[in-house]
Design a protein around this ligand. Structure first.
Ligand code: TXA
Ligand code: MG
Length: 320
């Protein structure tokens, strides 16, 4: 598609227009509490194929299906008692559940990549919920950025990467959480991706420890990580000071001299919300100064720090 991308306000008229574009098989980016998603009808193969094309995704990774309510989720996935308990505790919110797919329910095989499971999420953002309700069906929605680049937390970020390639973007301002949803599979409970719900909160609700699993949960060998969330400049982690020619992103009061700071007070929630916008700002600064490396201060590996470190390790991974 090479038409102009419609920039839609997050009011009733904008949401009605977005739903209309989606019903016609178009792609519309919309805000969630985590990041902006690039939405398309999860039952429409052409729309889903269009998502991969717009993002320039090399492979068909499975996508997350967004729903308006629990009843809609149960149309597409099989919920055990435990799954329903967890959904009731954390939905709407930044948690994605991987559950057995109901194959007859019509989700495109391009969404599930042919798996027998489906990843489902009920977002909390009022604009996302209004859009899902107006559309009345499931939306496949990965983050609304070109593959491998930094995830968007504002409508302008979406336009920077995808303008002219998608039908519309609903502008709902900045995303509050700032990192993608936590992905959990059950039987046994397994953390597939650290994200906006801290693993500790899930372990407490489940009353059992999570098994680590999925490559997203094991970023211990950076060489094995696929590059993702990558700014233009290189990324150096655990940086307690800036070296010559680096842009330094700090965290906490010990890094007062940094060029930018994820959270001057050392608050992980604030840091997660600021992460992607700060990486973009550091990239611009690096370009202005002719710097080739962004150095990032150490972030504690607890709570939302796990999700932040996961994204930073991917940003620092060798570029493929
Ligand atoms: O916060 C978020 O989750 C954002 C916003 C837009 O909602 N969405 C997002 O979607 O990050 P997406 O489609 O990029 O997430 C895809 C990831 C895959 O990389 C994979 O790890 C996991 O979801 N996934 C999807 N289906 C799966 C399945 N059946 N089994 C295991 N993992 C699955
Ligand atoms: Mg993404």
């Amino acid at each position: 598609m090479n038409n102009e991308t419609e920039r839609l306000p997050a009011d009733a008229a904008g949401i009605a227009r977005a739903a209309e574009l989606l019903r016609a098989g178009g792609l519309v980016a919309f805000p969630t509490e985590t990041v902006y998603g690039l939405g398309g009808d999860a039952r429409n193969d052409r729309a889903v194929a269009g998502i991969y094309a717009a993002k320039g995704r090399p492979q068909f990774n499975p996508l997350i299906v967004h729903v308006a309510d629990l009843a809609m989720a149960e149309r597409f996935a099989v919920f055990s008692d435990q799954a329903r308990d967890i959904a009731q505790a954390f939905w709407p919110g930044p948690l994605t559940l991987v559950l057995p797919l109901r194959p007859e329910a019509g989700i495109s095989d391009l969404v599930t990549a042919g798996l027998e499971s489906v990843a489902i999420r009920l977002p909390a953002h009022p604009v996302a919920r209004a859009l899902l309700t107006a559309f009345g069906g499931p939306l496949a929605a990965p983050s609304a950025n070109p593959s491998g680049k930094i995830s968007p937390t504002r409508a302008e970020h979406v336009m920077d990467g995808l303008s002219g390639k998608i039908a519309g973007v609903v502008d709902g301002g900045a995303c509050a959480v700032g990192v993608e949803s936590t992905i959990l599979s059950l039987d046994p409970p397994r953390l597939l991706r650290p994200g906006g719900i801290p693993a500790e909160a899930l372990e407490e609700a489940l009353r059992q420890p999570l098994e680590a699993g999925g490559d997203a949960a094991k970023p211990n060998a950076p060489g094995q990580l696929t590059s993702h969330y990558a700014p233009g400049a290189g990324v150096r982690l655990e940086a307690t000071e800036a070296r010559a020619g680096e842009v330094w992103i700090g965290f906490g009061p010990d890094t007062a001299g940094a060029d930018l700071n994820l959270s001057a007070s050392g608050d992980l929630v604030e840091a997660a919300a600021a992460l992607f916008a700060t990486l973009r700002a550091a990239d611009r600064l690096a370009q202005e100064r002719g710097a080739s490396v962004i150095a990032v201060a150490p972030i504690p590996e607890k709570g939302l720090g796990r999700a932040i470190n996961d994204r930073l390790r991917r940003a620092a991974a060798p570029r493929g």
